[in-house]
Write a protein that binds this ligand. Structure first.
Ligand code: PSU
Ligand code: MN
Length: 311
């Protein structure tokens, strides 16, 4: 069921550093043709550092680890018509020969099949904010209770052994609840050269992290230690977006609320919610959010490569 590309297979055999890349950001996270261009550019960033990129998706009834340009183009053109897979969806996508992209959770599952240790994404999924008016109590409206929409990404981070590099969790989420959930599940969240949890478009969410490391070598050392102790957890590296492309929380916050209100009115739920919100933000910000997304993912791939090299 697994087809590993020649490049990636060779890298595994010769113990070259490899970085896994997801494909939901291609199909659902970014518009065409930026999605195709960035997927190719991310692979080039890795190659320029002598790291082998392994973009992952499910095509032709197989888990593919390492995609050809044609396969990336197919995913980019299919866009949101492709299936977006969590871990549970993988068998059905194989059975049905779907054109399917892997989320962070599903990418971790597939990458582990090939013993890949490092994975770069944009921002992980997490606990969504409450969509809609919340609940009315006799004296007030409560909107801050925990939403039941928790990304499969968090569960998979808690049952895998990878280093996942992200710009924090997506700002459309309840970031406090997301961090609490990761703590409950025993997943370390390490600020990279920062004390604060980044908020995807912004360098800081204002929420302090309990751990910080400043070099790829330190991250590699921590990972090896954690492996020796057999914690069986992934490490989430939170790498802030580059200054130049940051959108302040003051600027993006009201737009996020508008997008969430629209999602509620149009009854968007489940796996459609994250792509809907990202797309809505791209429209509202006239693609400024897309430029930020592109910048932060390149930054994450660069760091992931440096960590893979250090390992
Ligand atoms: N990061 C991005 N863009 C994306 C995603 C992450 O910059 O589109 C995707 C990832 O694949 C992540 C998914 O796993 O969104 C989360 O979706 P959900 O909230 O439905 O679990
Ligand atoms: Mn969800």
């Amino acid at each position: 069921m697994i087809k590993i590309s020649q490049n990636v297979a060779h890298a595994i055999k010769t113990k070259q550093p490899i970085v896994a890349l997801e494909s939901t950001i291609i199909t659902h996270g970014l518009p065409f043709p930026q999605n195709y261009d960035i997927a190719i550019e991310l692979e080039k960033i890795a190659e320029s550092k002598n790291v082998v990129p392994a973009t992952i998706a499910i095509l032709d009834g197989k888990i593919k680890i390492g995609l050809s340009k044609e396969e990336i183009n197919l995913l980019a053109k299919t866009g949101a018509k492709a299936q977006k897979l969590g871990v549970r969806d993988i068998p059905l996508a194989i059975m049905k020969n779907d054109i399917a992209s892997t989320t962070v959770a599903a990418t971790i599952f597939c990458a582990e099949q090939a013993d890949i240790l490092v994975f770069a994404t944009g921002g992980i999924g997490g606990v969504h904010k409450v969509i809609g008016p919340g609940i009315q109590t006799p004296d007030k409206q409560i909107t801050s209770f925990l939403s039941a929409d928790v990304s499969n990404d968090l569960e998979k981070l808690a049952s895998s052994n990878m280093i996942v590099v992200s710009a924090g969790a997506k700002a459309i989420l309840d970031l406090n609840a997301t961090l609490e959930y990761l703590e409950t599940k025993g997943v370390s969240v390490i600020g990279y050269q920062t004390n604060d949890f980044p908020a995807f478009y912004s360098r800081s969410s204002g929420i302090a992290l309990s751990a910080r490391l400043d070099t790829p070598e330190e991250i590699a050392t921590l990972y090896k230690l954690q492996q020796k102790l057999q914690l069986n957890k992934s490490i989430l590296i939170a790498n802030p977006i580059p200054h130049k492309y940051e959108i302040s929380h003051e600027e993006i916050g009201p737009f996020i609320q508008t997008a969430i209100d629209c999602a509620y009115k149009q009854n968007i739920r489940g796996k459609n919610l994250t792509p809907y919100l990202l797309n809505k933000l791209a429209l509202i910000t006239k693609e400024k959010s897309v430029a930020s997304n592109l910048s932060l993912i390149k930054n994450n791939v660069t760091l992931a490569c440096d960590i893979a090299l250090a390992l």
